[in-house]
Design a protein around this ligand. Sequence first.
Ligand SMILES: *Cc1c(COP(=O)(O)O)cnc(C)c1O
Length: 398
Amino acid sequence: MNAPIQAASPHTMNTYARLPVAMVRGQGCRVWDANGNSYLDALAGIAVNTLGHAHPKLVPALQAQIATLIHCCNYYHVPDAETLAAKLAALAGMTNVFFCCTGLEANEAALKLARKYGHDKGIDKPQIVVYDNAFHGRSIATLSATGNAKVQKGFEPLLEGFIRVPLNDIDALRQATAGNPNVAAVFFETIQGEGGINPMRIEYLQQVRQLCDQNGWLMMIDEVQCGMGRTGKWFAHQWAGIVPDVMPLAKGLGSGVPIGAVVAGPKAAHIFQPGNHGTTFGGNPLAMRAGVETIRIMEEDGLLDNAARVGAHLMSALKQRLAGNPGVTEVRGQGLMIGIELAKPCGALTERALKAGLLISVTADNVVRLLPPLVLTQAEADQIVAILAPLIEAFLNE
Ligand SMILES: *Cc1c(COP(=O)(O)O)cnc(C)c1O
């Protein structure tokens, strides 16, 4: 396979270290580059292409919507926004939704909700608990909430009002907030994505829920990456049987069409009033149709079950295949959100996998991350292992 090395992009800003191929077409869990080489997609555009590429039920629905109405702005009602909000609320056991276009925008809205929630309670300087290794986006507020110095460096001064704690340590959370009347919310990912596929433990989630209830804090769970069926439940925190007060969503919600949402329960549903928040593109008819159809097709095609079943198969196949290799620190995750932590930095594996016909990512320096479309078949899962395992083994032997 011979992908052309492209010259550095002369006009797009130099924000990404791009791999030397251009993707031009996709079908199911396959994509093709401009030279006709094909790749097995174990990344789904970073957990975005829920239904894979060019899904035969999604394409005609979006085509029809584009031919009807793409955008009209929020001066008017958008019927599909009401439909999608009701659906998300029902799936989450929550009540109201604000729509936007991206993950950081959903998180930005959540942070504003937390601050206003605090102010409404008479807290002048509300504080929000955030976590080590978290990733919440790259706006000034969300990069301040993010727990990664690389994301923050060069953009100081960071926003104030955050308290940072380690994952899965309820005593640390208690100590960091003890006697502090200014805490308004606790904000985290159920399974940290960019941070290296780090899950919050079920008991911890339940303990945090309890602490939030006891103290009147909002429990805000960033499900931008781990949500929308990826773990085998609609939202990853549902494995712990809890319900958050605020839940930002994005990535997989529109199966490729840009969309974000903040789902709120009763404690947070009526904080925003007209004039408090808004966004021009948010809730537009095209994105809303994409959300409605994505969920409808996921239900029709049983993709939650598929994610759980094929994900479990992929995880156990990887564990089996890599067992006993001292360079493999851990294989972890849930459903089709899997991290393979290696004992050394392994960024080089993304390009090697590409050359071998497989799309993956490496995050947190030493974690190979798999986020395939939820339509992945067991045979495709086996192909991922067949391509990836030898690459990892060879890399660790160098
Ligand atoms: C990707 C991601 C974001 C940011 O989403 P964008 O759409 O890139 O702004 C926020 N939180 C989590 C958990 C993410 O994975």
